[in-house]
Design a protein around this ligand. Structure first.
Ligand code: GLA
Length: 722
């Protein structure tokens, strides 16, 4: 599968380095502005522009009539300036003529409201007219630009994620369900297969409840607006269906583009994990490089860096470890409660380095130049409304310089000994109404566990429950609520084979159809964990529960954030849990569960299975997971206070130490090599100022590198000068 280095046709001088630039919409500007764009891109060392994302109504102003002149000019101009082009298919925003020609292809909400054009993402991807029109415009672009020398990557659509509840969607949903439940032909006739598959669907969805039994396939509908709670199995399958239906739409375009330009890689930009409608693991196999849009949810440095780490590790996981591309981020702001908040000066560089440190081969932005009109006219851009004489543009220039200096890291990869499992179906199922608590979100728990390892300096992958786990020393299962037999068997084999398995509450409770596994929670994992849960005791928002820690607990008896020795604090969730073979490491210390187990450890085969029945507060979760990581023999890659360190390696024995500081103080980082940012030799240690970064091409012999590496995991006070 092609990656970013060396593919496409561009022969610009930056080829093979890190990609820098962003969405560029020349159609919104005049010739004088284009000339300024050329000059400013050169100044900022922009080497990549994403073009045409929302250009359908200009490219095809009437059905079947195409106008490519302006796009030809834009691509030629960018190429002349040494800027590679990521060329989008514009199918996320059909033109107004499309609505009037094909009103049945406009999306319908669960309550039956049909939407109109005037915004974007207004189509039903299951509507044949939409799919035809999308294939046609992709084919026209493919034919015209396959050999353009600027073309480096196809960008299909934008942030796939529009769901629809219309009759086209209903028909496609039924056909998908027939395939899933055993009647792949799905021809609508009352065959034996058709009866058996309907019976399987009735069983999977539990339709004996509330008189929902289906007696013929045409009764099966999308989960449209109902009087009260919907059917959880139906809702979950509808989410899965849309992920697959949108994937089919993507694949049609990808295949058209590959046919025209076999050497040019194809991708689509995923929304960040919290907004993603599609399953990143199945989609990750179908893109030539994973591309992700990430808009930071906070301006606070530590939480921001933790979020960047989570999303980066997730993006790398979707590409099964290969380098990936940050397709969009906002230059200088985050939106907090609807209000634009500026990130501190310097964050554009430090945050961008955070992505690169975890495997990104490019950092692109939405967008190059702030629009003067339209729904996102106040969206920040590398060239703000105030123009280039601004802090933001100066920071963009600084970032462009830095990325050029560290260009040699492109193509290298990041590996980790620990993995956190993330599962789209568990996320969707936990969003159902009617569960014990609406406050348990799979991604919140995954993030909390990932952040705890991040704070401990433990490098971490993120993977699907179905991934091959054998190479990891530690596997964390964070509220993976649904587990299939196969996934449970994989976890069993992992622990039995000597792995350290850390499981949190709300994992393995239901099967893949969202049916509860009986005999006590967590049905799929009871024997591995050596526990049995009788009752779920979710906590109210803001409530907490104290835990008493046993001496043998990971992290040892230590002061809690509240200063009481040997105490931990849980929130969100608790359980009436019985140890059936497991050691009790912490017990509930108050309330209805006082004295009962809260955190346990169970020897299973050659490995160990740990269980956390509540969401420990951040410091406590960090201490516990750090202890479990230590039991797994994981050496932190970097745990200096306020500095996160990762290492990228290539296949030729070269490695780069990447450090990003969110500390308010200067921190001394042990390292040996050449700091590519400053160009200075580092012969033992480098000082990182507040917010500082370093990318060090390591040159020390392997033994010395190991010493440096282990020192990074050591408290500074114990490090001997070299
Ligand atoms: C998304 C889209 C962009 C733009 C940004 C705004 O990521 O892909 O077109 O709307 O959001 O933040």
């Amino acid at each position: 599968m092609p990656g970013l280095s060396g593919e496409g046709h561009t022969d610009d001088p930056h080829r093979g380095g890190l990609w820098f630039g962003g969405d560029y919409n020349p159609e919104q500007w005049d010739a004088a502005t284009w000339a300024e764009d050329d000059e400013l891109m050169r100044r900022a060392r922009v080497n990549t522009a994403t073009v045409g994302v929302f250009s359908w109504s200009l490219l095809e102003p009437q059905e079947g009539t195409f106008e490519f002149g302006w796009l030809d000019d834009a691509l030629d101009r960018l190429h002349a300036g040494g800027v590679r082009v990521v060329l989008a298919t514009p199918t996320a925003s059909p033109p107004p003529w499309f609505t009037l020609a094909y009103p049945d292809a406009m999306p319908v909400r669960p309550d039956g409201t049909r939407l109109w054009h005037g915004s974007r993402d207004t189509y039903c991807a299951a509507a044949p007219a939409y799919r035809r029109a999308a294939r046609r415009i992709a084919g026209e672009l493919g034919r015209r630009y396959a050999d353009h020398p600027a073309l480096a990557l196809w960008h299909v659509h934008n942030e796939y994620g529009t769901m629809c509840w219309c009759d086209h969607a209903a028909a496609a949903f039924r056909s998908w369900l027939r395939g899933r439940y055993g009647d792949p032909a799905g021809n609508g006739r009352a065959s034996q297969d058709s009866k058996a598959s309907l019976a399987a669907l009735n069983e999977a969805w539990g339709t004996a409840f509330w008189s929902q039994r289906y007696s013929s396939w045409d009764q099966v509908l999308p989960p449209r607006a109902t009087q009260y709670l919907g059917n959880p199995g139906q809702e979950l399958d509808f989410r899965r269906f849309w992920s697959d239906e949108l994937l089919a739409a993507y694949l049609e375009q990808r295949d058209v583009l590959h046919a025209h330009a076999p050497r040019v890689p194809v991708t689509t930009n995923f929304m960040g994990p919290d907004h993603l409608v599609v399953d990143p693991w199945s989609w990750g196999r179908e893109v030539d490089i994973v591309a992700v849009d990430h808009y930071l949810p906070t301006a606070e440095p530590e939480a921001g860096h933790a979020d960047i780490a989570f999303v980066s590790d997730w993006a790398r996981g979707a590409g099964r470890g290969r380098p990936w591309l940050l397709m969009e981020q906002a230059p200088s702001t985050v939106v907090d409660a609807g209000v634009l908040v500026h990130r501190a000066p310097g964050r554009m560089l430090a945050d961008s380095l955070g992505y690169v440190a975890r495997g990104a081969d490019g950092v692109l932005f939405f967008q190059w130049r702030a629009s003067r009109a339209g729904a996102e006219m106040y969206h920040p851009a590398l060239v703000p409304h105030a123009g280039p004489d601004t802090r933001v543009f100066r920071e963009a220039v600084g970032l462009g310089e830095a990325l050029e200096r560290i260009a040699e890291v492109a193509g290298s990869t990041v590996t980790a000994d620990a993995v956190v499992l993330v599962d789209a179906a568990s996320r969707w199922a936990l969003e159902n109404r009617g569960l014990p608590s609406p406050h348990v979100r799979h991604l919140d728990v995954a993030r909390a566990a990932h952040a705890a390892l991040w704070r401990s300096g433990v490098g971490c992958d993120i993977a699907a429950p179905s991934a091959d786990l054998s190479r990891y020393r530690l596997v964390v299962v964070p509220a993976v609520y649904l587990l299939s037999e196969e996934a449970a068997a994989s976890l069993r084999a992992y622990a039995a084979g000597g792995g350290q398995l850390a499981v949190t509450f709300c994992s393995g409770i239901a099967d893949q159809w969202h049916r509860i596994r009986g005999g006590g929670y967590p049905g799929a994992l009871r024997d591995i964990l050596g526990i049995r849960i009788e009752e779920l005791h979710p906590l109210q928002p803001g409530a907490s529960v104290p835990l008493t820690l046993a001496e043998a607990a990971p992290g040892g008896a230590r002061p809690s954030p509240r200063g009481e020795a040997g105490q931990l604090t849980g929130r969100v969730w608790a359980e009436r849990l019985r140890a059936e073979g497991a050691d009790v490491l912490a017990a509930y210390a108050a309330g209805a569960l006082a004295g009962l187990p809260a955190v346990t450890r169970h020897a299973f085969g050659a490995g160990t299975a740990w269980y956390l029945s509540t969401l420990l507060v951040a410091d406590d979760l960090t201490a516990v997971l750090r202890g479990i990581a230590a039991a797994a023999g994981i050496l932190p890659a970097g745990a200096l206070p306020g500095v996160r360190v990762t290492r990228r390696r290539d296949g030729r024995g070269r490695s780069w130490l990447c450090a990003v500081s969110h500390s308010a103080a200067t921190v001394t980082l042990p390292a040996v090599g050449l700091d590519l940012i400053t160009g200075r030799e580092v012969s033992g240690a480098v000082d990182l100022p507040p917010g500082g970064i370093a990318v060090i091409r390591e040159s020390a012999p392997k033994k010395l590198r190991m010493t440096v590496l282990s020192m990074i995991g050591t408290p500074l006070s114990q490090i001997e000068p070299m």
